[in-house]
Structure formats: C-alpha cells, structure tokens
Design a protein around this ligand. Sequence first.
Ligand code: HEC
Length: 159
Amino acid sequence: MNRPSILVFLVLVTFATKAIDSKPPRTQSPGTVEAYVPDLGAMMDSIQLHHAKLWFAGKAGNWELSAYELNEIRENFAVVVQYRDQIIKEKQIAAIVDTIMVEPIAQVEHAVSAKDHASFEKAFDDLTTTCNSCHRAAGYPFISDPASERSARNESAFW
Ligand code: HEC
C-alpha cells in the first residue's frame, strides 16, 4: 500500500468505527416483541412432572429430593400467580392456584421433614385430591379421573 492508500484506509476505518459506536446500545428493547406469558397448561405439565418425582422420591425415602421437588411445585404455582393477569384463559383459576395449595403442600412438607412414610403417603394423596378438585371445578373433569384418584401416585389420575 502506498502512502495515500494507507491514509484513505485509516480514514475509512475511523469512520467505520464511529458508525459502529453511534449505533444504539444492544440492550435497547426492539419494542415489537411481545412479552412472554407462560401457558397455564404448560405450567401444569411441569407441575405434574415434579408431582411424580415427589412421589417416587418420597417412596424411596430420598427426603432431600422430595423437599426439592415439593419446592419446585411451590415455585411453579408462584409463577402461575405472578402471571395471573396476563394468562388469557383461566385468569381466575390462576389467581387462586396457590391459595388452595398452601395447606396440602404444608402437610407434605411436614411429612417430608419428619421423614415419615405413612404421613407422606396420606399428605401426597390429599395434595393430589386438591389438584383434581380444582380440575373438576374449573371444568376439566377429564384431567382428573375420580376412579383412579388414589392411583395418582402412578400419575394415571392426570394422563
Ligand atoms: C386452582 C386450580 C388448579 C390446581 C390447584 C391445579 N390445577 Fe392443574 N390445571 C388447572 C387448569 C385450569 C388446567 C387446564 C389449563 C389449560 O389447559 O389452559 C389444568 C391442567 C392440568 C394438567 C393438564 C396439562 C396439559 O396440557 O396436558 C395437568 C397434568 C395438571 N393440571 C396437573 C396438576 C397437578 C399435578 C396439580 C397439583 C399438584 C394441579 N394440576 C393443580 C387448574 C389447577
């Protein structure tokens, strides 16, 4: 490169760098993307998975894992409540979801901390019954299967 070419090159590089610098910061919101709103059915699928893991962990006497899974259920319900106003379908249901779960979850927590198999089984069944009672009340009786309520432990109550 001869001298004038080097100068032109340097000037171009300087301008190019300036142009990049003057671009809006990357963090600026694009403004057109809609906020993500979790789907209630998808949240329930996640809850179902933790519910199943909770049962198997408790059955195996892995109380630490049981406590963890129970907390995951609690957190998922908290997210449902957090987004209740944005959830298009089932707004009212989303709003009460954790209220009716507080007591059954507390019972399972009690049994898990006591590492008590018998009370864990009973508390787990009560928790499942509460899940199903809401499904029936919300107009989704097919999600809960009354005939197999007790076999919720193998998840046949939700399918
Ligand atoms: C306060 C009401 C309420 C409670 C409590 C509740 N659910 Fe649900 N659940 C719903 C509603 C409403 C739907 C239907 C959501 C939809 O399709 O928009 C649903 C759907 C489901 C589905 C079907 C999801 C799918 O798309 O296939 C499963 C599985 C489920 N719930 C599991 C559970 C479990 C497990 C619990 C308890 C640990 C529970 N639910 C507690 C209201 C509730």
